[in-house]
Design a protein around this ligand. Structure first.
Ligand code: ADP
Ligand code: MG
Length: 197
């Protein structure tokens, strides 16, 4: 599996990366976001939803479990952090959410791993280590299914252009790193130094 990593330096950059995924999404697509509280899952979803034409405010659905937005397609935004059993998810009608007419974005998707479809995109966000700037986040994309490999590649091309346009300094250096490993390389927050393309 090809794993793509990028380190963002601000919430705005994470929104830009989220927005870059938007043009690749189609109804039926499922994106699972993992990472600790405050890692930036909701920030990523905000950037993605704005780029899908959502005008409502996008907030973490921690207390309501699911938010529904109207964008280019119907979007379901779930946060299952507070659910502690598969049954609770099923009671919510989670199976219905995997219907082909919506884009489904799931925070803490790993908590219901076995309920996720076979093909989906896994996005992991990690907070910086103690010696790193506090606004840095390591984003790792793990595509499950061939079409997701293509979508992640397209996202990368868009994000590279948009991040460069938003950057204060001009640089031709790539921000993205590809590995073939099933796990993100090396220690927490140091992905960019160890990955190869
Ligand atoms: P989660 O949904 O993972 O619990 P949120 O997206 O709600 O996290 O919150 C992330 C917080 O971290 C926000 O307050 C955001 O401004 C801040 N932040 C700082 N740097 C970044 C970054 N590079 N990417 C995303 N969020 C960041
Ligand atoms: Mg959240």
């Amino acid at each position: 599996m090809r794993v793509l990593s990028v380190v963002t330096h601000s919430a705005e950059e994470t929104r830009i990366v989220g927005a870059s995924l938007a043009p690749t999404l189609l109804p039926g697509d499922v994106v699972s976001l993992s990472g600790d509280l405050g890692a930036g899952k909701t920030v990523f979803v905000q950037g993605l939803c704005v780029a899908l034409g959502v005008e409502d405010r996008v907030l973490s659905p921690t207390f309501t479990i699911v938010h529904e937005y109207d964008g280019r397609f119907p979007i379901l935004h779930l946060d299952i952090y507070r659910l502690d059993s598969f049954q609770e998810v099923l009671d919510l009608g989670y199976e219905e959410f995997l219907d082909p007419s919506s884009v489904v974005l799931v925070e803490w998707g790993e908590a219901i791993g076995p309920l996720l479809p076979r093909r989906f995109l896994e996005v992991e966000l990690r907070q910086p280590g103690i010696e790193e700037p506090e606004d840095h986040r390591a984003l790792t994309f793990r595509p499950h299914g061939a079409e997701w490999i293509a979508k992640v590649q397209a996202m990368r091309d868009t994000a590279e252009t948009l991040l460069a346009a938003a950057a204060e300094e001009t640089t031709t250096e790539t921000r993205f790193f590809v590995t073939d490993e099933p796990q993100p390389p090396a220690s927490r927050g140091r992905i960019a130094e160890t990955g190869t393309d």
